[in-house]
Design a protein around this ligand. Structure first.
Ligand SMILES: Cc1ncc(COP(=O)(O)O)c(C=O)c1O
Length: 391
């Protein structure tokens, strides 16, 4: 696939073609901020947010909030957080760059790796921010396909064919957003091997791999020395508000990212850093809470998908998201609008990911809300099928 974006609507592409950088925006983030909420929100991609009370319960008490320091001692990274993140990722502290959520982690990693005119080779369908961020930094965009018919698996040959001598960075999400597909470590390793031959890095956003609660899958960072990994506590633990994200990178590159971060976040919110340490020290209890929720919710999802053959859906082994295709529709958008206005259910339009016949369904909400939302979604699907049958 060539450079013209199918993911970013025209306004952004126009800006990229020479208009002002300040006019760039993220259509997906606008949706996420302004349009995601409905009475039954099935469009969110993470586990439902924890309250501070629940976080402290799961942490067995935690610190007294009034005793938290407001200001840190300075330096690059808060030492206890660096130590906790390094322990969690199984790497040295010199490999960790703490950041403001996985969003800024991605931005910072891209900024450290991409010079204007470099090429970023991005999966399609993709999390739209990957593309707008690379574009903002002046990169040229190419895509490689992850096909619905192939279970969205990574095909190293297809990726190698899509690379050019200017490809500086390959961008992958694992689990894949939007489909939830789990990447095969062997495929990732092979992609890394081929990229390395021409000095290309592979960035793997593992924010959804946090839902591999038993840690059966290796982090891509262990698969070769040209891998950079990003993640956060947002999706798997309901802790997005802490904005605890990080990059795992080779030490020299990590140092470069810390220096570059002086131009971005400069310093972190220290209260957030301290609460992130609390969360990381009790991550097992928090993960158990998420896991119990997702096990209940996955059973509801399976039952729902079994009953609805009008949806074609890859069922990944873990995670919070699936990406059904609405059979017979080239563009599910108008139907999703009706679903929202008539049934008060929100889903993530596939158009934001470059796949308009699909929608992203998130199962990380409270079980009662998911159950009611799926019931309404089922009614809407049945009504559409009846209409179709009646001609
Ligand atoms: C692939 C991916 N990376 C990063 C993020 C953002 O994560 P955070 O809230 O930690 O910034 C998202 C959120 O939707 C995502 O889907």
């Amino acid at each position: 696939m060539e450079t013209q974006s199918t993911i970013i609507p025209e306004a952004v592409s126009t800006a990229a073609a020479g208009a002002r950088r300040a006019e760039l925006f993220s259509p997906y983030m606008q949706f996420a901020k302004l349009r995601i909420r409905a009475r039954y929100t099935l469009a969110s991609s993470g586990v439902r947010p924890l309250t501070m009370k629940r976080l402290l319960e799961l942490a067995g008490g935690g610190p007294r909030l009034e005793e938290l320091a407001l200001n840190s001692a300075g330096d690059y990274g808060y030492v206890p957080l660096q130590a906790a993140l390094a322990r969690k990722a199984g790497v040295k502290e010199e490999n960790i760059v703490a950041s403001t959520g996985c969003s800024l982690a991605n931005h910072l990693a891209f900024a450290a790796l991409l010079e204007p005119g470099d090429e970023a080779l991005i999966e399609a369908p993709a999390y739209e921010l990957m593309e707008s961020t690379a574009r903002f930094l002046g990169a040229r965009i190419r895509h490689f396909e992850r096909r619905h018919e192939e279970g969205y698996r990574l095909d190293p040959d297809r990726i190698a064919q899509a690379m050019s001598p200017a490809t500086r960075l390959i961008v992958i999400t694992n689990l894949h957003n939007p489909s939830g597909a789990l990447a095969e470590p062997e495929a990732l390793r092979e992609i890394g091997r081929r990229a390395r031959r021409q000095g290309t890095y592979v960035l793997v956003d593992e924010v959804y791999l946090e839902m591999d609660f038993d840690r059966r899958q290796p982090s891509a960072f262990t698969l070769g020395d040209n891998f950079i990994v990003t993640s956060s506590l947002t999706k798997a633990y309901g802790l997005g508000g802490l904005r605890c994200g990080w990059i795992v990178a080779p030490a020299e590159m990590a140092r470069r990212m810390w220096r570059l971060d002086d131009l971005f976040a400069a310093t972190a919110v220290h209260v957030g850093e301290q609460l992130s340490v609390v969360a990381l020290e009790h991550l097992e209890a928090i993960a158990a809470d998420s896991r119990a929720l997702l096990e209940r919710n996955r059973r509801l999802l399976d039952r729902f998908l079994d009953a609805h053959p009008e949806l074609e859906t890859l069922r990944p082994p873990m995670g919070t998201i699936v990406f059904p295709r609405l059979r017979g529709a080239a563009d599910a958008g108008p139907w999703l609008e009706r679903l929202r206005s008539e049934y008060e259910v929100s889903l993530g339009p596939g158009a934001y990911f470059g796949a308009p016949a699909h929608f992203r369904l998130g199962i990380g909400g409270e079980t009662t809300e998911l159950e009611a939302g799926l019931e309404r979604l089922g009614k809407a699907l049945e009504k559409s099928s009846r209409h179709k049958a009646e001609g």
